[in-house]
Design a protein around this ligand. Structure first.
Ligand code: ZN
Length: 504
């Protein structure tokens, strides 16, 4: 959870709402008819431009809280300059476009209603030119301009909300569970990652390419990027990976062909790129973290180490783990049980966690909570039966000025069988040893120069790349058997030691 590494983690906890506000209001408004800025055709929409801006603003806050944004001082101003130059060419000018770099390891790009456009750091690893990046950002502006982001909401309606982990376990929404783990009913995932239709994708490609060409970039580069993305998806499908992986914009061979054909119909305006050379563009990617970012804490198998917050946790074997800014979630393979970990309060009294829950849920918690210690840290424990027949095993641990909450949750009928497992997760919480803390590594993208006639395999070995030759070939848009040229710049990933930031 990135929030562990950021000062405003506490503020975020107060900001959590488990019922969507904007959407619900929007859904109750009367239907309106307007002209689509891209198609020029009248369309029925439930949402006015003012409402769209408001929804975008609220959802953008959730993206920041749930995914985290990178305030990269080098890359962000560049991304914004590129985005604004494209946005000037957008067929839709009644919005302010904003461009962000999302702290997400998976390659993705997405847009919110109201003009909020995001690319993830995972996507940047796959980009090989400024033209390609312009194609991707243009595509997302295209979704906003053609009001696809709004149409997605209109279709989804206020009650088709994805309730996430809680519903996976309970099959129904329990307000108490919501109070305890927070964020139940979060809309963001559903809106962001539900797929666009094929025709919407085609339209966004076309609009994006038109904008890129008018702004001076090569519109054929989108086709090149989509081809790389398709290769990456194929490579990754051989490994266990999140199912949401670029589902929202599938990179089909059909899109590669269509975008290549559309590019041939366009004329690229003569305007110099922002990066003077392609080498200058690639240099902007140097040092970008690939995969897990140590500042957010890292999973090594089923153990979790947070070097900045200085703690260790061990989750059950073969469970599926996810680390987000607000919480760590570990779910049983059959989704019938989960452990959710987060920081819920400040201070050194573990009962503070119980008090916070008592206030939020308006139920008696403190009197039923026992004090204990876990690995010499002050701790408290309680067990609660929530409505919806879910039993919760809750442990609070005080460490480094924060109260951590470890919640094991399971249907009451299965709870007994899982109790020992929940206990062992909570009791694995401890500070890191000095060597664990300074031994955490993260992978960073590094640009290296090839030697004349060098193979990708040889370059990987010489530079100690964490990527194998197949991955290097995909991300650099090369073939595995290619012979490299003298001085050719190649992206590799190097595992580097992370220096912990805070001493808790
Ligand atoms: Zn798309």
């Amino acid at each position: 959870m990135n929030a562990f590494g950021k000062d405003h983690s506490m503020r975020r906890l107060h900001r959590q709402r488990w019922l969507l506000s904007g959407l619900l209001l929007a859904g109750l408004q009367a239907t309106a008819c307007s002209i689509n800025p891209v198609s020029g055709l009248p369309e029925v929409t439930l949402i006015s431009v003012e409402q769209e801006k408001k929804i975008g603003e609220e959802e953008a806050k959730k993206v920041e809280a749930q995914m985290g944004l990178l305030k990269d001082e080098q890359f962000l101003p560049y991304l914004d300059a590129l985005g604004q130059r494209l946005a000037k060419e957008s067929p839709r000018q009644d919005l302010t476009y904003r461009f962000h770099l999302a702290d997400m390891a998976e390659p993705n790009a997405f847009a919110l209603p109201g003009g909020y456009v995001y690319v993830t750091r995972g996507l940047l690893a796959l980009v090989n030119s400024e033209d390609e990046l312009a194609g991707v950002v243009g595509h997302e502006i295209g979704h906003v301009a053609a009001r696809h982001t709004v149409q997605k909401i209109s279709k989804q309606g206020p009650f088709a909300v994805v309730f996430g982990i809680a519903s996976g376990i309970t099959g129904m929404v329990s307000p108490l569970v919501g109070h305890i783990i927070g964020g139940v009913g979060d809309l963001t995932q559903g809106v962001l990652f539900s797929p666009y239709s094929r025709s919407q994708e085609t339209e966004a490609d076309r609009v994006g390419q038109d904008m890129a060409a008018n702004a001076g970039w090569n519109p054929a580069a989108l086709s090149v990027f989509l081809n790389t993305l398709g290769r990456e998806v194929e490579l990754m499908s051989k490994e266990p990976r999140k199912p949401s992986f670029f589902d929202s914009h599938p990179a089909t061979p059909d899109r590669v062909t269509k975008t290549a054909a559309h590019a041939r119909e366009l004329t690229q305006a003569s305007q110099a790129p922002i990066s003077a050379t392609n080498e200058a563009f690639l240099a902007r990617l140097d040092g970008m973290v690939y995969g897990q970012r140590a500042a957010n804490g890292v999973f090594e198998g089923r153990t979790f180490l947070h070097p900045d917050m200085n703690f260790f946790l061990e989750f059950p074997e073969k469970w599926n783990n996810d680390n987000t800014p607000e919480r760590i979630v570990s779910a049983a393979p059959n989704k019938d049980a989960a452990v959710v970990v987060g920081a819920v309060a400040e201070g050194s009294d573990p009962l503070e966690g119980a008090r916070q829950l008592e206030n939020k849920a308006k139920i008696d918690v403190v009197s039923k909570t026992e004090k204990t210690t876990i690995n010499q840290l002050p701790a408290a424990f309680t067990q609660i039966k929530a409505n919806g027949d879910v039993t919760l095993h809750i442990t609070w641990i005080a460490h480094g000025g924060l109260i951590y909450q470890v919640v094991g949750m399971a249907p009451t009928r299965n709870f007994e069988a899982l109790q020992a497992l929940f206990w062992s997760v909570a009791h694995s919480f401890r500070p890191l040893s000095a060597s664990e803390r300074t031994g955490v590594k993260e992978k960073r993208i590094r640009l290296v120069k090839a030697q004349a006639g060098e193979s990708i395999e040889a370059l990987a070995a010489r530079t100690n790349s964490a990527w194998k030759k197949e991955q290097i070939a995909v991300v650099n848009n090369l073939a595995v058997g290619d012979q490299l040229k003298e001085g050719q710049l190649v992206k590799v990933a190097i595992a580097e030691l992370y220096e912990p930031k805070k001493s808790r």
